[in-house]
Design a protein around this ligand. Structure first.
Ligand code: PHE
Length: 344
């Protein structure tokens, strides 16, 4: 039996040396140390030994078991270490690889300019209001002192939807809508950013759809100097503290007097260049004192109240501010153009 035990131990240890992974290690344990293993069978046969031999053999048996147990534990530790090392090698992440860049979005130059302008007027106590793009002939023209046969209607070639419905050609109908909503209350101080439409051929400076920001102030005793002061503050805030505005007489049917407003050329600071055609000035908006007939038609007695209004184009201002040479660039969503505004 002793010989058998020695042989058993040798085979078991030899096989243990050949075990290559933890799964076969578990099989080895069942085979050589489990209930049905040769050792278990031998220990069951111990009963047949003499009382004298039994303890001696029992001790031998325990030694062998102990030796196998120890060898098993050592092999297990070694295999686990090897397997973990393999796993770690397979899972290695190269932290020195450059990451994948997520492209930065940018605020569109038109939106940028609208936000800047809104900021300036909010600071002066104006509110921002919105109006419909599908408008009636009544609000877009009639109530702005432009009756059906008025020649000034030609200034704004119109997309008509029906006889009475159209796409608004300017944001000025919101002057009337705002006064109607305010029902004779003063003061009114609003700006109205929004999209407008005209039957123009698209070219470098014209688009059939573009943006305007309307402004309206109505109160008792509003004067032309209030208009000039407001626009001067606006121009300095948007283009820099050295800005000045210049008013030139003009004509709009819904303002009297009417004016076109220039700022010092942002390219040459007034010296005269190609952009300002040598004049040193650049036109940025149309404005005027709200026509008495418009006030009266909108429920404000022109004997008591007065007001000023202005309208400007954010596209034009964006073109001046950022040196954009073609208005169409702002509608084409070309990333090569738009990505230049990420830092703006
Ligand atoms: N509505 C005019 C335009 O589109 C601009 C304007 C607004 C002029 C308000 C005077 C007062 O051209």
């Amino acid at each position: 039996m002793d010989v058998e035990l020695n042989g058993l131990r040798e085979t078991a240890l030899k096989r243990l040396g050949e075990v290559g992974d933890t799964r076969s290690l578990a099989d080895w344990r069942v085979e050589y140390m489990g209930k049905k293993s040769a050792i278990s069978t031998l220990s069951k046969q111990m009963g047949s030994l003499s009382a004298e031999d039994r303890p001696k053999f029992g001790q031998r048996m325990n030694e062998v078991r102990q030796a196998l147990e120890t060898a098993f534990a050592a092999r297990q530790a070694e295999l686990e270490r090897i397997e973990q090392a393999k796993r770690l090698a397979a899972e290695t992440i190269d932290v020195t690889l450059p990451g994948r860049r997520v492209p930065m979005g940018a605020i569109h130059p038109i939106s940028r300019v609208i936000r800047d302008i809104e900021e300036v007027f909010l600071g002066m106590g104006f509110s921002i209001v919105d109006g419909p793009e599908v408008e009636t002939d009544h609000y877009n023209f009639e109530l702005l002192n432009l009756p059906k046969d008025h020649p000034a209607r030609d200034m704004q070639d119109t997309f008509y939807l029906t006889e009475e419905l159209l796409l608004r050609t300017h944001t000025s109908p919101m002057q009337v809508r705002t006064m109607e909503r305010m029902r004779g209350e003063v003061p009114i101080k609003v700006i109205v950013p929004g999209r407008v439409y005209r039957r123009d051929e698209d070219d470098a400076t014209h688009s059939h759809a573009f943006t305007q920001i309307e402004g309206l102030v109505v109160d008792r005793g509003v004067r032309m100097s209030d208009l000039k002061g407001t626009l001067e503050t606006f121009a300095k805030a948007l283009f820099g503290p050295n800005q000045q505005v210049r008013l030139r007489p003009s004509y709009f049917p819904f303002t009297e007097p009417s004016t076109e407003v220039d700022v010092i050329c942002v390219h040459c600071q007034g010296d005269g260049c190609r952009v300002c055609k040598g004049t040193g000035w650049i036109e940025i908006l149309g404005a005027g004192m709200v026509h008495p007939r418009v006030l009266d038609m909108s429920g404000y007695d022109s004997q008591v109240y007065s007001g000023f209004a202005f309208g400007m184009g954010p596209e034009r201002i964006a073109m001046l501010k950022y040196g954009i040479s073609d208005i169409r660039l702002m509608y084409q969503n070309d990333l090569r153009f738009l990505s230049q505004f990420t830092g703006v």
